[in-house]
Design a protein around this ligand. Sequence first.
Ligand code: SF4
Ligand code: FES
Length: 248
Amino acid sequence: MKLLLKIWRQKNAEDKGGIVEYPVDNVSPDMSFLEMLDVLNQDLIEKGEEPVAFDHDCREGICGTCSLYINGRAHGPDTRITVCQLHMRSFNDGDTIYIEPWRAEAFPVIKDLVVDRSAFDRIQQAGGFISVNTSGNTQDANAIPIEKENADKAFDAATCIGCGACVATCKNSSAMLFVSAKVSQFALLPQGQVEAHDRVLNMVKQMDEEGFGNCTNTGACEVECPKGISLENIARMNREFIAASIKG
Ligand code: SF4
Ligand code: FES
């Protein structure tokens, strides 16, 4: 395949940055999107040019680091997958592909396509711990009965990989889908009840301090989330937040 890549290049956080064109003509439809970028970078290195910086780790949809805006969509044109799971057969020979970093004030660009998502880490840290006995008498997980429906919903919420596509795709740069998934994965389980009120209050406070926007129920986050995290979680987080606020 021959493609024209239009890639956001930015030397550092202070640099203004801009789109640079890279024609490529040795792309196999069976390559993953990241492998295609690897090939481009190999060519750039051989020409003595600076390779394109982009984030990646697991390359199998688990770690959430491969965060790119491709042709105006978070994680590219396919649904329910991350960039590392996207293959070049999803594009046509001769296509022009725009590749940009996440755009959100709370995710500043560090270099090229790499953004600083440590705001998510700080929100998770604000959530704290859960109280379980780990002092040698740990209970068997099956000793605590949990309704199947709640177990399923908690598991679904826990599949959030913290990629940030929800923020990048939201017109308000809201982090509500991410935070609500992290709140819900504990709020639905008995193990998460002891610190439930502090958890939701602290996580929402940290989310606001990080500069994320508010949720206006457009639902773009759910559409573009590679894990299909449901908007139901935002409703649950709002209920948890109100209940915790009333209790003080
Ligand atoms: S809710 Fe979805 S889009 Fe947002 S961080 Fe989690 S996995 Fe990524
Ligand atoms: S590299 Fe880990 S999810 Fe894509």
